[in-house]
Every structure is written in C-alpha cells, then in structure tokens.
Design a protein around this ligand. Structure first.
Ligand code: GDP
Length: 365
C-alpha cells in the first residue's frame, strides 16, 4: 500500500500526532490482512459522500476506505552524514510515497526545542537540507558515470546529462528538486533517480490548541505557508494535542469539541484528505443493499484495474461496469431512478474511472 511518512525534528509533536492517528485508527481486527507494524497507523478516509450513500441505500453495513501513515522518527541535523539514526532515517523516507513534515508552531517553555528556539523556517530548512544532501550524493555519483559515457556522444547519456545539469545546481544551492519544472519525458528519467526531494510533501503546522481557529494571525504558520508556496506544497494546520483528545471521542462529542475549538473539521481529517489527494488517490463506491463501500484507486486507472482493487478475479474476468456518478445517484435518489433518467452508463475496458463513480462490475468467473 502507498503510505505517507511523518517526519519532523524532535519535540515538534510527531509522536502526539501519530498517537492521534493510531487512536482514531481502524481496529486491526477488522482488517485481517493488514500488516501489524507499530510504526504504521491505518485511518479511515472521511468522506461525506459515503454517509450520503448510506442514507440512500440503507445497507447492512458501510465500509470506508483506509489510508496509511508511517511514523519515521530520528531525524537530526547531520543525518545525511550518518548522525543519529541518520542513514536508517533516510532509507525509511526512501520507502514512503509522500512526506508529512510536522513543524513546531507552538510556544511552550516547558518543551525544549532542539535548537533552543522556535523557528519553523529554520526547522524546515534543517530537514530539507539533510534530504538535499542525500540527493546530491546520489546525483554526484550518477553524474560522474553519465558524463563519462556522454563524452562518447551516446545520445541517451547526453540527454541524461542535460537533466542532471538541471538538478545539480538546485541541490547545490540547498533547494529541493521538487522546485524544478520537468517536462513529461524528463519526469520519467527523474523518477528513476529515486530522489528524496522530489517526493510530494505536505507541511503540518502544529499550533497550540487555542490558536487552531485563528491561524491567519499566527506568525509561525505564516512563515510555513510562505515557504510552502515557493515549492507549490500545501500546509495543514493542526493542534496535535487537541487531535489526540479528539481521536478518543465519539462523533457527537467530537462535533462539540470541534465547535469549542472553533473549527469545522478536525486537523487529522484534513490531513488524511490532503495526504490522500497528494498521492493522486481518488475514491469510487460500490453501493449494494448488503454493503456500501468506498474504494481507493489511483487517478488514471481504468475500470478493470479498479475492479481489481476489490478482487483480482474481478479484473481478470472484467466484462463491463454499470456506472453512475455520485452526483447523479444523489439527485435521482436510487439506481433504478437514475437508470430511468438515462444516467447509468455501461462502461468498458478502456473507461478511465472518475472520482465519485458508483460502480457495479460485471465479470466472468
Ligand atoms: P516528537 O519528538 O516530535 O515526537 O514530539 P512529541 O509528540 O513527543 O511532543 C513533544 C512534547 O510537546 C510533548 O510533551 C507533547 O505533549 C508536546 N506537544 C505536542 N504538541 C503540542 C502543542 O500543540 N502544544 C503544546 N504546548 N505542547 C505540545
């Protein structure tokens, strides 16, 4: 499964946030095939459409789709030189598909900051620099090899070198490779480099509980937002401490708590949605009387592949999919009414599934 890794300097609130994730998380017993790894927290993806479909169809049960976060502890300054758990840390980051970078945006004299001051930008730079240095090391190695071959006028090597020449100076200037714009062709090659600083990243500004409703005036958050915009990254504001408490509440108490905090949606829910989106995930639904269920697919996947998310047999024997958009189903109130209105389509093997599609797969066994 694709996973988003939680990183950050010590004492910024990573463990607190990860605790919230595990507490809010799904019970392993409901997912017998899930791997039990203490560093992985599996959460349900909040989706109002699923609630709405449940109301429409009144199924025996409703199953949300899930999303995984991995806790990656241990970054300190000098990680790329093997300080602390440095190398281990970097290899863990290499394995995640997206990065959630927790940044301390709360003042608290009782909680020591590793560098002795609250400085979100400095913190971001510290971590990003370690990742940049690790990337620079791999690019340098590649550069030496490729430039030798390029001297023989080998076309492929010359093309590679052009791309490396684009990346190297940016890393040398201490900036992440995600700030570079690549063409589609370049992108394919860049993927093969497995860089850390091209991974999609989400900055999680951890603020004090009483500041979560008014982040416009939080100078720390402002700094994080400004930085994130320079690399087209997103920022989610959370109070990890509040999230830890919220995670233990039932829906009713949760709503009350959120109201008291002055926010509409919990930071964790926002984080889950943003991370899901960042990875290029989308959701389709199946809506039968037995079960209404949300399924995760990657944007761009075709109908048979999406059927394969449910079961490999569905993909192998795929014939077609009765498909209606969530909006249409909601408007017409039932599958039969949507059909009558001509809103239910029969889609074949080449159909690119859209976020919000409600699907019924026909297949040979
Ligand atoms: P980690 O080292 O990044 O995993 O940080 P922790 O999650 O262990 O948090 C370090 C300390 O900061 C703990 O004592 C937390 O209770 C505290 N902490 C986390 N978030 C907040 C917050 O929003 N406000 C305050 N005042 N303390 C927090």
């Amino acid at each position: 499964a694709l996973t988003a890794g939680i990183v950050g300097l010590p004492n910024v609130g990573k463990s607190t946030l990860f605790n919230a994730i595990t507490k809010a998380g799904v019970e392993a017993a409901n997912y017998p095939f899930a791997t039990i790894d203490p560093n992985v927290g599996m959460v349900e993806v909040p989706d109002e459409r699923l609630d709405e479909l449940t109301k429409l169809v009144q199924p025996k049960k409703t199953v949300p789709t899930t999303f995984e976060f991995t806790d990656i502890a241990g970054i300190v300054k000098g990680a790329s030189q093997g300080e602390g758990l440095g190398n281990k840390f970097l290899s863990h980051i290499r394995q995640v598909d997206a990065i959630c970078h927790v940044v301390r945006c709360f003042d608290d004299e009782n909680i020591t900051h590793v560098e002795g001051r609250i400085d979100p930008l400095g913190d971001i730079e510290t971590i990003n620099l370690e990742l940049v240095l690790a990337d620079l090391e791999s690019i340098d190695k590649r550069y030496t090899r490729v430039s030798k071959i390029a001297r023989t006028k080998d076309k492929e090597a010359v093309a590679e070198l052009t791309i490396l020449d684009k990346i190297k100076p940016v890393l040398e200037a201490g900036r992440s490779a995600r700030t570079i714009e690549f063409t589609d062709e370049e992108q394919d090659y860049v993927k093969s480099l497995f860089l850390l600083t091209t991974k999609p990243i989400l900055y999680v500004a951890n603020v004090a509980e009483d500041e979560v409703s008014d982040t416009e005036n939080n100078a720390y958050v402002k700094q994080v937002r400004e930085f994130a915009s320079t690399e087209n990254s997103q920022v989610i504001v959370v109070s990890a401490r509040a999230e830890e408490e919220i995670a233990e509440l039932d829906d009713e108490d949760k709503a009350e708590f959120l109201e008291a905090l002055g926010i509409e949606e919990s930071g964790l829910d926002q984080l889950i949605k943003a991370a899901y989106d960042l990875l290029g995930f989308a959701t389709y639904f199946t809506a039968g009387v037995q079960e209404v269920r949300a399924w995760t697919f990657k944007k761009g996947m075709k109908a048979p592949q999406c059927a394969g998310v449910i079961h490999t047999d569905f993909e192998r024997g795929f014939i077609r999919a009765e498909t209606v958009s969530y909006e249409d189903l909601k408007q017409y109130g039932s599958m039969a009414a949507a059909k009558e209105a001509g809103r239910v389509r029969l889609e074949g093997k080449e159909y690119v599934v859209q976020d919000g599609d409600v699907m019924l797969f026909r297949f040979n066994v």
